[in-house]
Design a protein around this ligand. Sequence first.
Ligand code: COA
Length: 454
Amino acid sequence: MTTQPNHIREELLQDLSEKFRLHNQVPPDLYTRYRIKRGLRNADGTGVLVGASRLGNVHGYIVNEGEREPIEGRLTYRGYNVYDLIHGLEQENRFGFEEVGYLLMCGELPTRSQLSDFQHTIGLERALPDNFTEDMIMRAPSRDIMNKLAGATLALYSYDANPDATTVENIMRQGISLMAKFPVIISHAYQAKRRYFDGDSMFLHVPDPERSTAENILHLVRPDGQVADDEAKLLDRCLILHAEHGGGNNSSFTVRVTSSSGTDTYSAIAAAVSSLKGPRHGGANLRVVRQFDEMKANISNWTDEDEVAAYLRKIMDGEAGDGSGLIYGMGHAIYTLSDPRAVALKKAARPLAARKGFSAEMDLIELVEKLTPAIFREKKGIDKPMCANVDMYSGLVYKMLGLPKSLYTPLFATARIVGWMAHRLEEVTTGGKIIRPAYKPLGKPVRYVNLDDR
Ligand code: COA
């Protein structure tokens, strides 16, 4: 792949950037003076209430006499505790991501025949349009699968005979189709990246309409296409745990914002993919993996609590890690004592770690989870409970499944598409108003000066 030549001179960029810095300062005290809700957050860190939703409920504390009281985290989808959903699937030894998609998008769990009809329909919808892989993925491959996914989602607009209608039926149809196609798009985009950027062979397996989303992902990504049942079930649980997280998370809110303008499904979902890519959102799972790669390389005894604690202090001091002072995989805006997604993933990952020789790595992650809260209190002086978040264990799970790093965040998108579509349906049918907050104008009036007089 050749990239475009750059015609924009360095001096021009320096000049424009200097001017930008000169004219674009916002003094921090203005935010308090005008009571601006930065990041749409209240002063106590809770989110500004901007809507009502029947989808996911993220519960991490209770407010008692005006004080936040920490509790074990609870995540419900349409009222069903995610632990119960996973437990039920375990008992029946079934795949469940498609069922969770059905639940989120329409509001109730399917009967056996409804589920089988839904799964059959997804199977039929998996195939990409004729030549889509060749024209939209291989002709312009990308190093970054999230960018390719966003572009491919927008491109699907051209292949839809009724792309713009915002009836429930039409959005539901598009949701099922995107849910079916995302695994194929990310896998083919990954294969094109291998071929054009990494100098590896490309394997374009055909999706299997009879198999689940999780099985298809492993089949499409792996050169030999082979899938073990327990591995696919673990990936299925990962997809379920990433499927929805309320309307306030950055990408779901992006869907809400774009959908409120009346735009089409492909535009709204491409915007959500772009939001999820950011390292403060879905992209955090990659930071966790990098952090642990560095720790493993620099800590001689992974079970030595003192040595691990000393390294964590260095990360918080900005002397190790990416210099941000953050211990990735720890902390959450809402969860306090526990993030149920991390708890469920940890439990599901243990047996595979033992079987695949990753127990020592998993022990190190658990040790970081155990040691961080006290180090956080010591360094920050904040007496606030801190728990491992979902990203702490998702990277390890993907790694144990042999999935490449470049797919970690795209896998999040492949799961979250069902939550996004449910939020789009909810916004279009119940939102009723274009989302349009306000910004305090800081510009002062200036008189126009003719070009020759400047
Ligand atoms: N490591 C080090 N410091 C942390 C931290 C962590 N994991 N989590 C929070 N802090 C710090 C914050 O930077 C902040 O410091 P400051 O006051 O000097 O700016 C302070 O603790 C209070 O932060 P808090 O208000 O509790 O964070 P938040 O609720 O706004 O943000 C996260 C939550 C998830 C963004 C934050 O915990 C974080 O950045 N974690 C690491 C990244 C990560 O794993 N992200 C995935 C989230 S699912």
